[in-house]
Design a protein around this ligand. Structure first.
Ligand SMILES: NC(=O)c1ccc[n+]([C@@H]2O[C@H](COP(=O)([O-])OP(=O)(O)OC[C@H]3O[C@@H](n4cnc5c(N)ncnc54)[C@H](O)[C@@H]3O)[C@@H](O)[C@H]2O)c1
Length: 346
């Protein structure tokens, strides 16, 4: 049995991590911490286990084997590294951290301690994304030339347990807005689908509409328009947005030398492959998870499995570093006016 501590008891803890741990026969939830101590105490009384007064106290408990780090972005590196050094295995939510140095320090801490560090880039686990990768590798649309990907919904203020006063809207705690909240999912997805790191990135970001309750604009981007050049030459665009007040959009299209592939774009089919104007092949793997319709991501089962089998995590810190480098390159590009930034210059 793997005994689990939850650090950060907000929305993602409540809709994904806790239900998926409860569903795993080899995991047992035994400890909870949140800076909102009442929230941690409520969760502990609901699911059993103990609420701690600090994350350090939770990490000092030798009965805890592994933790989920589900706190605001600026705390990920500090808490994840402390947990690894305390001998715990760590599943840390995305974005991995708020500086490249912190991301690299997390990866180094995992190597040095020999503990598992897995990052919550769960889009890799969506059935259509796994099928699409297999189809692309088999040459279903020939050589990929370009792509466009995007993720947009009505914003983290509509999602967070603390609503419009959430840390998501505060640059000092989130560091990025839509670009690293939603954009990091699609950035990591393109690295995963194409099997190639991003070597150059550019971005125009803006706060176009979101405001604090007092009417002043939020201090992070609510829209990010990014361009990625992959090492294999494939070039494409990614749009992340918190200002889509229609149906959540989480679609990706890839255009190759013999056809096009659309993932989660057609409401009726998870993957559509088009060759010419008339030939269509459809794959009905699953429907994409949305904020309003949470389905099992499978990330907890994989985390527990890698601990029990002592195998490498399926989504390791090293796997996710290329996407994080691209996000930091986008931030640099936006600061410099939107031109392409070499990943090597970071
Ligand atoms: N993989 C995904 O698809 C996905 C989806 C949503 C959120 N996330 C990530 O999960 C993390 C948590 O997001 P959320 O949606 O649960 O946010 P949330 O605002 O709903 O909850 C955050 C919780 O953390 C607590 N907190 C704040 N500072 C803390 C600290 N220093 N130590 C401990 N607890 C602290 C808050 O009181 C709150 O309960 C973020 O990094 C976010 O980007 C990932």
């Amino acid at each position: 049995m793997v005994k689990i501590g939850i650090i950060g008891c907000g929305k993602i803890a409540q809709v994904r991590h806790i239900p998926e741990y409860l569903d795993n026969k080899s995991a047992q939830l035994i400890g909870f911490f949140d800076v909102n101590q009442e929230r941690a105490a409520d969760i502990a009384s609901q699911y059993g286990g103990r609420a701690y007064k600090s994350y350090q106290a939770l990490l000092a408990d030798p009965s805890i084997d592994a933790v989920s780090v589900l706190t605001p972005n600026f705390t990920h590196a500090e808490i994840a590294i402390a947990a690894l050094r305390a001998g715990k295995h760590v599943l840390c939510e995305k974005p991995m951290a708020t500086t490249l140095a912190d991301c690299e320090a997390m990866a180094a801490a995992a190597r040095e301690t020999g503990r598992k560090l897995m990052i919550g880039q769960n889009q890799r686990l969506a059935a259509a994304h796994q099928k699409a990768r297999e189809l692309l590798q088999a040459g279903a649309i020939g050589e990929v030339i370009t792509f466009q990907t995007g993720f947009s919904h009505s914003g983290a203020d509509q999602w967070s347990i603390d609503g419009r006063s959430s840390w998501f809207m505060d640059r000092s705690r989130s560091c990025f807005g839509a670009m690293a909240d939603l954009g990091v999912h699609k950035t990591d997805l393109m690295v995963y689908l194409l099997g190639s790191p991003i070597v150059q990135a550019s971005a125009v970001i803006g706060t176009l509409q979101k405001k604090y309750p007092d009417g002043t604009p939020i201090t992070v981007d609510d829209n990010a328009f990014c361009t990625f050049v992959m090492r294999n030459g494939v070039t494409g665009t990614m749009h992340a947005s918190w200002t889509n007040y229609g149906r959540e959009d989480n679609a990706t299209s890839l255009y190759g030398t013999t056809g096009a592939m659309h993932i989660y774009k057609d409401p009726a089919h998870a993957i559509v492959i088009e060759r010419g104007g008339t030939e269509r092949t459809c794959f009905d793997t699953d429907a994409i998870q949305t904020n309003d319709s949470q389905t099992k991501s499978g990330i907890i089962d994989l985390f527990i499995d890698c601990i029990l089998r002592d195998t490498a995590p399926v989504i390791s810190a090293e796997d996710v570093l290329p996407a994080m480098r691209a996000i930091f390159a986008c931030a640099k590009s936006a600061e410099q006016g939107g031109g392409l930034v070499d990943i090597g210059s970071l």
